[in-house]
Write a protein that binds this ligand. Structure first.
Ligand code: PMP
Ligand code: GLN
Length: 388
């Protein structure tokens, strides 16, 4: 066979950096600050709700295609409670297999081959894969250190007649940038002026530190053109459950559902009941999560700084981006590949999220959604990097 097995659109995508680095962490018994998952599970009563659902036969057979009504109602209620947004649970909410499937379904549904998608880089890895699967082209706008704020004039200058949509992620993985009201308003203005669709990935919506998260859809002209995506993984610390969702107009939801139904059709039946309950947790749950993660951010950021990294403390997400140049290092990939042996710690080379290697090569991402003792152990181990 001379023809490559893998579809040419996917050539070069390989194994995800998260899977690769987590496997390396296990093999080398390293502290894993790579892939973003907490080392403590979410609320016990929510885990209990999932177990009860299984044992009482709720969701053990195919749930309805768009998601169980209880969860769709809870999602609509969540959007009203936190943002004052109104969605009809019957027609404007779709439950997906994590945000990952929501993003993939949205992009495959809304893009044609040859379309251009504008996204801020560094980008979350599945965006690149999904844009490629759709036969579309990614057009990066680089968030540059030290502030990682978007250049909105640059964004607008990259629009061409082929531009179909803006793919937005706020709070942003991996930089931790949380777009401000002014930035969002400007992006909304651009989308309206150029009649673009917007897909927004807001999976870290509850993980912001002293700044608000504002959904782009709340700006004028955005309701009819925005597909808003989130998931239960981050807000409730159950990343393995893979319950995500889309909120949008009935037309957009229908388009996304058309793709989604032929990928998984449905998923996570019993977990859907548990997530419906989780979304209704009181305000102090959400505040507690934020406070806890903020302390962890500060602990890890201060420790990394002390070791000699340049540290860009994030306003959101549970990742901190660093630059390794002050440690006498240049190449984040080499650094991260050797870090398990050198220090017994795993981190993610942010270069994999960039087209612009000049910006990305020396950046390294650490996850801080870990117990304080895990973070302290990692810092302890990393202190071998200290330059004397
Ligand atoms: N978007 C971003 C920015 C993420 O960081 C992640 C994963 N952590 C996802 C989407 C995927 O979310 P899920 O696990 O719900 O599929
Ligand atoms: N979103 C997680 C991260 O950025 C990883 C999820 C995954 O492995 N797909 O670390």
């Amino acid at each position: 066979m001379t023809r490559p097995l893998l579809n040419r659109n996917l050539a070069g995508l390989g194994t995800t950096i998260f899977a690769e680095m987590s496997a390396r962490a296990l093999a080398t018994e390293s502290v894993n600050l790579g892939q973003g998952f907490p080392d403590v599970d979410g609320p016990r009563e929510i885990a209990r709700a999932a177990a009860d659902a299984v044992l009482t036969g709720k969701g053990n057979q195919y749930p309805p295609g768009p998601g169980i009504p209880e969860l769709r109602t809870a999602i609509a209620e969540h959007q009203r409670r936190f943002y004052g947004l109104e969605y009809d649970p019957a027609t404007e909410v779709l439950v997906t297999a994590g945000a990952t499937e929501a993003i993939a379904s949205a992009l495959l549904a809304l893009l044609e081959p040859g379309d251009e998608v504008i996204a801020f880089e560094p980008y979350y890895d599945s965006y690149v894969a999904n844009i490629a699967m759709a036969g579309a082209t990614r057009v990066p706008v680089t968030l540059r250190a030290p502030d990682f704020r978007p250049d909105l004039a640059e964004l607008e200058s990259k629009i061409t007649p082929k531009t179909r949509l803006i793919l937005l992620n706020t709070p942003h993985n991996p930089t931790g940038t949380v777009l401000t009201s002014g930035e969002l308003q400007a992006i909304a203005g651009i989308a309206v002026r150029h009649d673009l669709l917007v897909v927004t990935d807001e999976v870290y919506e509850h993980l912001t530190y002293d700044v608000p998260h504002i959904p782009l859809v709340s700006f004028p002209g955005m309701r009819e053109r925005t597909v808003t995506i989130s998931s239960a993984g981050k807000a409730f610390s159950f990343t393995g459950w893979k319950v995500g969702w889309v909120t949008a107009t009935p037309e957009l939801v229908n388009a996304v559902k058309t793709t989604k139904q032929f990928m998984t059709y449905v998923s996570a039946g019993p977990f859907q009941y548990a997530v419906a309950e989780a979304l209704g947790l009181p305000d102090d749950y959400y505040a507690g999560l934020r406070e806890d993660l903020k302390k962890k951010r500060d602990l890890l950021s201060a420790g990394l700084k002390d070791i000699g990294f340049d540290v860009y403390a994030p306003d959101g997400t549970y990742f901190v981006t660093t630059d390794i140049t002050p440690l006498g290092e240049k190449d984040g990939t080499e650094f991260c590949l050797s870090l398990p042996e050198r220090a017994g710690v795993v981190a993610i080379p942010s270069g994999v999220f960039y087209d612009d290697q000049g910006e990305g090569a020396s950046k390294v991402r650490f996850a801080f959604c870990k117990r304080p003792e895990t973070l302290e152990e990692a810092l302890n181990r990393l202190s071998v990097l200290k330059r004397s």
